[in-house]
Design a protein around this ligand. Structure first.
Ligand SMILES: *[C@@H]1O[C@H](CO)[C@@H](O)[C@H](O)[C@H]1NC(C)=O
Ligand SMILES: *[C@@H]1O[C@H](CO)[C@@H](O)[C@H](O)[C@H]1NC(C)=O
Ligand SMILES: *[C@@H]1O[C@H](CO)[C@@H](O)[C@H](O)[C@H]1NC(C)=O
Ligand SMILES: *[C@@H]1O[C@H](CO)[C@@H](O)[C@H](O)[C@H]1NC(C)=O
Ligand SMILES: *[C@@H]1O[C@H](CO)[C@@H](O)[C@H](O)[C@H]1NC(C)=O
Length: 266
């Protein structure tokens, strides 16, 4: 109960007692928790989910963990997250969950990013054509027990013959030329399972300023903006130093990019 109503004989008055809600969101503590799932570890802002409540990340960057497998939904398609690079590149490596170990039983629609992501160069859209009666597409027989009987991979720009079902997927394309030749369905499956890389868009300058003043970044879903949760449990729009002069020991900007970890060059 949030309010109490008192009456006296001469006049009536209201007393509202705002009992601080026990469930009031402690973003600093909650969002200090990192996402850990199998080989994907130590993931923070702008992601949330699986121990990181809603206010810890962008609404669309919702991670799930099941049996050490990390997944994320984008435009109604579930993807396995093979890798998250939060240090320098801000990228994810994704593979469609329905295509991870089967290529002929799609469960979702076309692979299509939303505005939170961009493709990183080195991958290309490909159309999988299923159950084309004409074998002139250069297709393969699907493994037994799958939804469709045959599959062919063609460039996404090509029209779909009327008798075929089609699905747009994304695969790595090191040459950037869209030149593929798959000898058999196993090779096609392997190419799909490698996944593809996307860059996620995040307001990192704002988060860096927050972290630089010992804050923890979060996201205000109502205001649609990054917020800074401070050690004193206040939620600030920029950082955890009331005034620039108030800092006795200025905190240097986070040492991003200067880590001694070797950077992978692909
Ligand atoms: C987050 O993802 C999980 C699993 O995909 C889903 O069940 C849940 O509804 C999602 N939450 C939001 C707010 O999108
Ligand atoms: C998940 O991974 C951990 C260690 O990486 C392992 O101990 C555990 O058995 C795995 N769980 C499942 C369900 O695979
Ligand atoms: C698929 O092709 C590759 C390369 O030509 C070959 O090594 C492999 O044995 C083939 N797999 C099947 C199942 O035919
Ligand atoms: C917490 O710290 C912030 C930043 O220094 C300050 O603006 C805010 O007033 C403080 N809140 C409380 C409740 O002390
Ligand atoms: C923190 O934010 C205030 C404005 O709210 C700004 O004047 C100050 O420069 C910021 N401090 C740092 C360390 O970025």
């Amino acid at each position: 109960m949030k309010s109490w109503l008192f009456f006296s004989s001469s006049f009536a008055f209201f007393v509202f007692i705002n009992i601080p809600s026990a469930s009031s969101f402690d973003g600093y503590t909650s969002c200090s928790n990192k996402f850990n799932c199998g080989e994907i570890t130590n993931v923070g802002f702008p992601f949330w989910g699986y121990g990181r409540p809603e206010g810890c990340g962008y609404p669309e960057l919702n991670l799930t963990c099941s049996e050490n497998v990390t997944t994320i939904g984008i435009n109604g398609v579930q993807y396995r997250v093979l890798k998250i690079n939060q240090e320098a590149e801000e990228t994810l490596t994704l593979v469609r969950d329905d295509y991870y170990d089967k290529i002929c039983s799609p469960k979702f629609g076309d692979t299509k990013l939303n505005s939170n992501f961009d493709y990183v160069s080195g991958s290309v859209d490909v159309k999988l054509l299923y159950d084309c009666t004409s074998s002139s597409q250069g297709g393969f027989s699907c493994p037994k027990g799958e939804t469709y009987g045959d599959v062919a991979a063609v460039l996404a720009a090509l029209p779909v013959p009327p008798m075929c079902k089609s699905k747009v997927i994304r695969i790595q394309d090191a040459t950037g030329l869209g030149l593929f030749s798959f000898e058999n369905v196993t090779e096609l499956e392997q190419a799909v399972r490698e996944g593809f890389e996307v860059k996620y868009k995040v307001d990192s300058a704002k988060c860096d300023e927050c972290v630089g003043t010992k804050g923890v970044c979060g996201y205000d879903w109502g205001l649609s903006e990054t917020v800074c949760y401070c050690p004193n449990r206040s939620s600030e729009s920029r950082n955890c130093s009331a005034t620039a002069e108030a800092i006795n020991n200025p905190v240097l900007p986070s040492a991003k990019g200067t880590s001694s970890e070797p950077k992978q060059i692909c």
